[in-house]
Unconditional design. Structure first.
Length: 231
């Protein structure tokens, strides 16, 4: 009887060890990340270029990397995380000693164009709102022709500096006052609903606004702020 119990315990330990291995990851020579089931993921974009929506679930550490790290005195878990209730295509990676996360996508899927021109919905989310409530709320701008017109119109605007917006918030001592993050316009994709392009909107003393699109700043006419809130 003892021998049977020992054999059962050994099998449980072996299965447990195998289970742990399937949830672990390693870095490949080409820079991609793979798990021990040979599922390979490649870097899609870093934080700032894309943002994810949803609760993260830990999937495993990356071999050779510290399992925990810290930034500004706050400890965090490193490794690969899936997006709960996502489509399974994406993993979010937290590296040691790095405040930014990276988004990886499974190799072998159809190519994903995450440029803002490929967005099929735009919506403005104010800083007091819960972003998660807007990832699938079916509001905002859906018409692809209107989205294209929005992008063309905004890109035809001057930069905040050229338009003199900083004059609205610059004090005599050179300090900017009441210049703050007002909202974020998110661009969503049908192909990958778990991620979006963030475009930050800055307020200049609540008298004028600008928007950052793919690293460039443009004046944002107030009429578009209202338009982006409509159904």
């Amino acid at each position: 009887m003892k021998k049977i119990v020992s054999i059962v315990l050994l099998i449980i330990l072996i299965l447990s060890g195998c289970s742990q291995n399937t949830s672990a990851f390693y870095k490949m020579d080409n820079g991609n990340i793979s798990n021990f089931l040979k599922e390979e993921y490649e870097l899609l974009a870093n934080e700032g270029v894309l943002t994810y929506f949803g609760e993260l679930e830990f999937q495993g550490s990356v071999e050779g990397e510290d399992k925990t790290s810290s930034h500004l005195g706050l400890a965090y878990q490193t490794g690969m995380f899936s997006i709960k209730d996502g489509n399974g295509n994406l993993l979010v990676r937290y590296l040691p000693d790095n405040e930014w996360y990276s988004i990886y996508r499974k190799v072998g899927l159809p190519e994903f164009d995450y440029s803002v021109e490929n967005c099929d919905r735009l919506e403005i989310v104010f800083k007091t709102d819960d972003v998660e409530n807007h990832s699938n709320c079916k509001k905002g701008m859906f018409n692809t022709e209107e989205i294209a017109y929005f992008l063309a119109d905004v890109r035809s605007q001057k930069s905040p500096k050229e338009a003199g917006l900083y004059d609205l918030v610059t004090k005599p001592n050179g300090i900017l006052e009441n210049c703050y993050l007002y909202a974020v316009v998110y661009g969503f994709f049908e192909e990958e609903p778990g991620v979006a392009v963030p475009m930050e909107v800055t307020s200049y003393n609540d008298k004028a606004y600008s928007i950052s699109i793919e690293g460039k700043e443009y004046v944002l006419p107030e009429t578009w702020i209202q338009k982006l809130q409509e159904n």
